[in-house]
Design a protein around this ligand. Structure first.
Ligand SMILES: Cc1cc2nc3c(=O)[nH]c(=O)nc-3n(C[C@H](O)[C@H](O)[C@H](O)COP(=O)(O)OP(=O)(O)OC[C@H]3O[C@@H](n4cnc5c(N)ncnc54)[C@H](O)[C@@H]3O)c2cc1C
Length: 557
């Protein structure tokens, strides 16, 4: 067993963790960065499209605020949104100093890259900076326990994914930057390392979680050999008027966009996803996809419908296939709006525990505006790094004692010391959780389905008590399976509690939004082993001149 100590421990090396590490180091702290994969790799940041939503003049910033709040259906924390917008332009521009090539337009910045995904340029540049600053890193290691004493986070336990060696880390401050929980869905576009661990760790440590019911999906191709390009909402919007009755066909061969008002209204990702999912349920066939038919257009005509260079570049790969074949599309979990509640300094309700990036919640409310996630991780990475270093300066290091390490050893050994015939493969538990969450807590939910999900998760929990890890790979699977099981229950309970439809959460039994009763965040916490779910009123988010947008809901990506 290895023992380490540091001022600031950062868990996760996506854009949020890397930017935090750089700032904490620059603020004078000794920093340690742990992640499941190689530094900067297998992160959502590395596979991102590379678009930042930013603006620098007053009108643009006001509009950015309004669009973010409208996309989030007003559940966002306006204080956090204002910080992101105020600091965004400067913080993103500063990335040039780290070697990220960026082009700026009025309301956005894009990473310049000839290869896709452009996000890898960002994680590479930040990883280079982390190593040139001499920041200590621990790769291929999974954090499986936070250590909290007297409501103060004093350390963490990790183990090496190749050898199983346990590492006990004593620290003055911990920053969770472990990304979201789209990996709880069978169909998702995130790297496999993204299984919601940080959120489960924080919950077990007593942190407040919020808005877990909000998961952003996007439609993607599922046919073999066709790239899973995240472009279908704007492609359908651009082409819908060139194909009689629109290009989407249900399993009975009917064109259905008009049924959901989408032929006449502008198509946004959340309304498109809900239409696709409702159509799949309505036609009640065994198929879980719909068909995109653009065969009425030539390849050049498809390209001509698009007006941005970025869209044209993405569609280049596909336009010839689209003009000759009908392709199947289905919903993929893409981004999670729920997570750990933070304040303006990225602090959680646990002393010494900070959270930043997709693991945190509050900025995006019920749905995220395209480009805001990358802006968020850069702006709040700077803040988290500085504030954690500042906190560490005024905090005494507590060396974690043997009790905790022994506890950690017991937790891990518990998975490899099963006797009897009832041994269960942890990978199977992960698959079962994904199956239940995807089946009953997909973009269209209802009370009956969510209740069934809770029943089924209870049964999986019973089976999980027999999880057996025959090697270190399976140990990793067992730790992830536990987080997924816990989080699965919390997501389903939150979705059950919100008896209305809002943003990315559509309840077929409560199809309307209900501002009178539901402009509030759903909070889940655990204290002394008891889980509580309660509501918190949203902060005053009165918007200026909202009518300027004419009720238009902006594009989500
Ligand atoms: C395909 C795709 C395209 C996107 N394009 C855009 C875009 O153009 N613009 C935009 O704004 N947003 C985009 N997004 C969203 C955006 O990329 C992410 O929200 C953002 O990068 C998340 O950054 P993060 O640092 O919070 O998490 P991540 O980048 O996901 O990093 C999480 C890190 O935590 C580590 N980790 C997790 N659990 C543990 C553990 N238990 N122990 C140790 N380490 C752990 C992981 O290994 C990883 O290093 C896109 C997302 C996807 C999936």
């Amino acid at each position: 067993m290895k023992k380490l100590s540091t001022d600031v421990l950062i868990i996760g090396s996506g854009g949020a963790g890397l930017r935090t590490a750089i700032e904490a180091k620059k603020s004078g702290a000794d920093v340690f960065l742990v992640s499941k994969s190689k530094t900067g790799l297998a992160t959502c940041t590395a596979c991102a499209g590379g678009i930042f939503r930013v603006s620098h003049e007053k009108r643009g910033m006001t509009r950015h605020f309004q669009e973010t709040m409208m996309a989030g259906r007003f559940l966002n924390n306006p204080k956090l949104v204002k910080i992101m917008i105020r600091e965004g332009w400067k913080a993103v521009k500063e990335l040039k100093k780290f070697g990220v090539d960026l082009s700026f337009e009025k309301n956005k910045a894009s990473i310049v890259s000839r290869k896709l995904p452009a996000g890898s340029k960002l994680s590479k540049a930040l990883s280079n900076c982390v190593s040139s600053l001499g920041i200590k890193t621990l790769k291929n290691s999974i954090v499986f326990e936070l250590i909290v004493e007297d409501k103060k986070c004093i350390g963490a336990l990790a183990f090496k994914r190749d050898s199983g060696e346990i590492i006990g880390i004593s620290t003055k401050a911990v920053v969770l930057a472990t990304g979201g929980y789209a990996g709880l869905y069978a169909r998702n576009d995130n790297p496999q390392t993204i299984t919601g661990d940080g959120i489960a760790l924080a919950f077990r440590a007593g942190a407040k979680l919020q808005d877990l019911e909000f998961v952003q999906f996007q439609p993607m191709f599922i046919d073999a050999g066709i790239p899973r390009t995240p472009i279908l909402d704007w492609l359908i919007e651009a082409t819908k008027n060139f194909v009689p009755d629109g290009p989407l066909i249900n399993n009975k061969g009917e064109r259905f966009l008009d049924r959901y008002g989408l032929l006449k209204q502008q198509i946004f990702r959340d309304s498109l996803i809900v239409a696709i999912e409702r159509e799949i349920l309505r036609t009640n066939t065994s198929k879980d996809s719909v068909v995109l038919d653009l065969t009425a257009l030539t390849a050049d005509e498809i390209e001509e419908t698009l007006d941005s260079d970025y869209q044209k570049r993405l569609i280049q790969l596909l336009k010839h296939v689209l003009a000759t074949r009908k392709l199947h599309i289905a919903s993929f979990a893409h981004y999670t709006m729920g997570g750990i509640q933070i304040n303006e300094d990225c602090k959680t309700n646990i002393d010494g525990l900070f959270a930043v990036g997709e693991v945190a919640s509050g900025i995006h409310g019920a749905n995220r505006l395209g480009g805001n996630a990358l802006t968020e991780i850069i702006v709040f990475g700077r803040i988290a790094g500085h504030k954690a270093a500042e906190y560490a300066k005024n905090t005494r290091l507590v060396i974690i004692d043997k009790r905790y390490v022994n506890y950690g050893k017991n937790v891990l050994q518990g998975f490899s010391k099963k006797t009897g015939s009832k041994k269960v493969d942890p990978s199977l538990i992960k698959l079962k959780v994904k199956h239940v969450v995807s089946k009953f807590c997909n973009p269209v939910r209802n009370r009956e389905g969510l209740k069934s999900a809770l029943e089924e998760l209870k049964q999986i929990e019973e089976q999980a008590s027999f999880m057996f890890a025959e090697n270190v790979f399976k140990l990793n699977e067992a730790v992830e399976a536990e987080s997924m099981l816990l989080l699965g229950r919390l997501i389903v309970n939150s979705a059950l509690a919100r008896e209305e439809s809002r943003g990315a959460h559509f309840r077929s039994d409560y199809p309307e939004s209900n501002d009178k009763n539901w402009l509030k965040n759903i909070i889940v916490t655990q204290e002394n082993g008891k889980v509580t779910l309660r509501y918190e009123a949203i902060l005053n988010n009165k918007m200026n001149r909202i009518e300027e947008l004419d009720g238009r809901i902006p594009s989500l990506m």
